[in-house]
Design a protein around this ligand. Structure first.
Ligand SMILES: Cc1cc2nc3c(=O)[nH]c(=O)nc-3n(C[C@H](O)[C@H](O)[C@H](O)COP(=O)(O)OP(=O)(O)OC[C@H]3O[C@@H](n4cnc5c(N)ncnc54)[C@H](O)[C@@H]3O)c2cc1C
Length: 425
């Protein structure tokens, strides 16, 4: 039986929806959260890299026990299968078993008084009424946290096929420890460290390998619309070539929406967060931290008597520019060949401070060393890459400026959306 009336109805009990339900219920709102799947199957079901600061910013305890599979492990980024490489340490990224983390968020939400109901699909939203096969609910505010496809709570700008990243992550047993050691030795990597082969299937693609505690985690992502193998295929191919990889233990595959944030995050009493809002950090397809931060902002705004539009304006003005700017850079990287990536590395245009900033979801500091290095790097990279990078940099600057003036008024949004769409290509 669904409650007949609530303050907030959340569609989706993945990271974003469960976090929103928790933050809102713990501030006294009557919250109903619906998921079409079993609660134990909602949201991400694999291992994700999430910055420690994402937990700290929203006031959640850091993962520990089964939830935490690694922290601050050295991250070796290689171009293709090498030999060029840079290594990031103390980057603050935690390896989180999302099955346990999503359950923690759902449990916190229930303990705070939210009602979470599984196996209920939201079929339509009509005014303040949320319609499902199990009945309808009247909600003062309706929040869409239903992931990539959205639940029709707000009209969406369609996501282009070449903005879709086919990602997969699976954990396998190590069947032959000596074989695993030989692989790590061959690449100069220790157990517990992450080896990231970039550009293995197009400029925007990775294959991450991390061997730890008798298991190996494989994470892949690529853009199939550009003619490349999907993340799942990349994992299959790696497993086929490495006989030391044993039985698959768990994991999953899904499509991550890249592209800039959806231009409309709220309208009237409706809002969206997480993948449904395009709040994904496009440089590496990360949506967990952004979804949690949007959830906290929306919950705080509503609890303090604000409107969904207040949340939308604040999120867009504070975070939208960085997300849209990095999406411009993502498109630049997507246009690159493996040879281009090698050139960028050789000329210092891919370097440790830049990679660390991208991992930390912030723009690099334009210090004197960077400003001195870039012109020389562009000169050495040649006119094709230099022209594209210069155009990308100017779009990134324009994105920062455009999102800073995201309109408060819904009436001005169509004009702003047209302006923002021009950053897109
Ligand atoms: C393989 C892979 C690896 C990734 N790695 C990382 C990483 O390392 N770091 C990172 O930050 N991000 C990573 N991501 C992205 C991250 O997993 C997503 O951004 C995040 O899970 C999105 O969370 P969400 O709550 O917005 O949506 P989802 O996790 O998609 O949850 C949406 C929920 O809504 C439910 N739902 C949908 N429609 C309805 C409906 N009509 N009615 C009721 N319920 C509905 C669904 O059942 C689902 O449970 C990765 C993604 C993949 C696929």
């Amino acid at each position: 039986m669904l409650p007949s009336k609530v303050d907030l109805c959340v569609v989706g009990a993945g990271t974003a929806g469960a976090a929103l339900s928790y933050f809102a219920a713990s501030q006294g709102l009557r919250v109903l959260c619906l998921d079409r799947r079993a609660l134990g199957g909602a949201g991400a079901r694999w291992v994700n890299g999430v910055s420690r600061s994402d937990f700290e910013t929203v006031g959640l305890d850091l993962p520990k026990g089964d939830e935490l599979r690694g922290e601050d492990t050295a991250f070796h980024l290689t171009i293709g299968r090498g030999p060029q490489r840079l290594t990031l340490r103390d980057h603050g990224v935690l390896e989180v078993d999302m099955r346990h983390f999503v359950r923690r968020l759902q449990t916190l939400a229930k303990e705070a008084g939210a009602v979470l109901v599984e196996h209920v699909t939201v079929e339509a939203v009509d005014g303040h009424m949320v319609r499902t096969a199990e009945g309808e609910v009247e909600a003062t505010v309706i929040a869409d946290a239903s992931g990539l496809r959205g639940a029709g709570v707000l009209a969406s700008r369609p996501v282009r096929r070449d903005d879709l990243c086919a990602a997969a992550q699976s954990v396998f047993a190590v069947a032959d420890p000596a074989g695993a050691r030989a692989f790590l030795d061959q690449h100069g990597v220790a157990e517990d460290e992450t080896l990231c082969f970039s550009g293995v299937a197009g400029g925007y693609s990775i294959l991450n390998v991390r061997v730890a505690h008798g298991e190996v985690g494989l994470l892949t992502g690529s853009i199939p619309a550009d003619g490349h193998s999907s993340g799942s295929r990349l994992i299959e191919a790696f497993v086929a070539e490495q006989p030391w990889v044993g039985e698959r233990l768990f994991g999953g595959a899904r499509t991550i929406p890249l592209g800039p944030p959806q231009p409309v995050l709220a309208r009237g009493h409706r809002a969206r967060i997480g993948d449904a809002a395009g709040q994904v950090f496009a440089a590496h397809g990360s949506g967990i931290g952004p979804g949690m931060q949007a959830a906290k902002l929306l919950a705080d705004t509503l609890a303090q008597g604000g409107t969904p539009q207040d949340y939308a304006t604040q999120w867009m003005r504070t975070h939208g520019g960085v997300f849209a700017a990095y999406d411009c850079f993502r498109r630049f990287s997507q246009r690159r060949t493996l040879e281009d990536l090698r050139t960028l590395f050789r000329t210092g245009l891919i370097d440790e401070p830049g990679a660390a900033a991208a991992l930390g979801q912030r723009l690099p500091e334009p210090d004197a060393a960077l400003l001195a290095r870039v012109p020389a790097g562009l000169w050495r990279a040649g006119p094709g890459i230099a022209r594209d990078l210069a155009a990308t940099a100017s779009r990134m600057i324009a994105a920062m400026a455009t999102y800073r003036v995201y309109p408060r008024s819904g009436a001005l949004q169509p004009g702003w959306s047209r302006l923002a769409a021009r950053l897109d290509r």
